[in-house]
Design a protein around this ligand. Sequence first.
Ligand SMILES: [Zn+2]
Length: 333
Amino acid sequence: MKQLFILPILACVFTTWIYAQDNQPVTASDLKTWCFYLANDEMKGRKNGSPEMKKAADFIAESFGKAGLKPLSAEAGYFQEYVTNRNKIDITERNVIGMIEGSDPVLKKEWIILSAHFDHIGIGKPIDGDSIFNGADDNATGTITVMALAKTLQSSITRPKRSILFVAYSGEEIGMQGSKWFKGHAPMPLDQIKLNLNFEMEGESATLGKNIYLLTGHQFTDFGDLLDEYNKKTNWVRAKKFKSPPWVFMASDNATFAINRAGEKPVLSIPAFSIVTTDDMNFIHKVTDEPDRMDYENMASLVSYLTNLVLFLSADPLDIHWNQEAFDNFNKH
Ligand SMILES: [Zn+2]
C-alpha cells in the first residue's frame, strides 16, 4: 500500500522537475517529412518570388494552423505580405507569423520571438548534374524547428508566461528583407521584445557532435552564461570551441533586431541570437545541402530541449546584457 502513495508524489516531483509536458511531441519522422517537403527538388531551391515559395509559405501556415497558433490578424491570417525590389524587379513575398498569448497578466505584454528564414537561393549552374540548391540545412531545418516548437509549446500543459511569436521569414537570402519588413511593421512595440531566438542550420550533427549547439554573438553578451546555467539540468550543452567566425552573428535575421544601424556606429539593442548545431559551413549555398544529410533524431531531441528552454525563459527575468565595447573592438578589425 505504501508504494501506491509514494508513486503519485514521485510523479508530481518528476513533472515539476521536467517542467514541461508535451501533449504532442514532434518525432524525428515528422521532422524528416517536413524537411523533405521543403527541401525536395520539386521546391526548386525556394527562390524569393517563385511559386515554390508560395507553396512553402502555405505549408508553414497550415502547420501553424494545425498547431493552433493565433494568426497575425483576422484579415491577413498567418501572412505578412510585402514588396521588395531586387535588381530593379519588384518581388512580392510573405512572412508567416503566428502567436501564443502569454499566461501571466503582466508578462504577456512582453515577447519572445522564435524565428527562422525559409527562403533559399533557387537554381544555379549544374555541379555533377545537380543544379538545385535545396537549402536543407539553410534553412529548412531552422524553419521546421519553429514549426515543431509551435506544436509542442501550444500543446504544452505548462503555459508560457510571456507571449511567444513564431515567424518564418522570406527574403533572408536577398538582404534579410523579410525580417527588416517585420521589424518595421511588428505587431508589438519593439521595446517589448525581450528575446529573439533565431534558428539556422539545426540538422547537421557530424561536426560539433550530438546534443551540442553554438550561440552566435556569444562574444558580445552574457546570455551564454544564462544558457549554461540552465543546461546543467538538461542533456544539451553549448559549444565553447568551434571554428565559426564571429561574423556569423551578423549573417542571419537575428542581426536585424540585435544591431541598430540608425546612428553613426552600429549599436547592440534587442537580445537576438542564432542557435546553430553545425560548425561546417562547407555545405552552405551548395547543391549538396540535401535533406538526406540531416540528423533528425538529434533534431527531435533539440526540439524537446528548446520547448523546455523557451518555457523557462518565458518566466525568467531575462536580465541579458550586451558588451558594446567587445562589439566595437570586433568591428574595428
Ligand atoms: Zn540561412
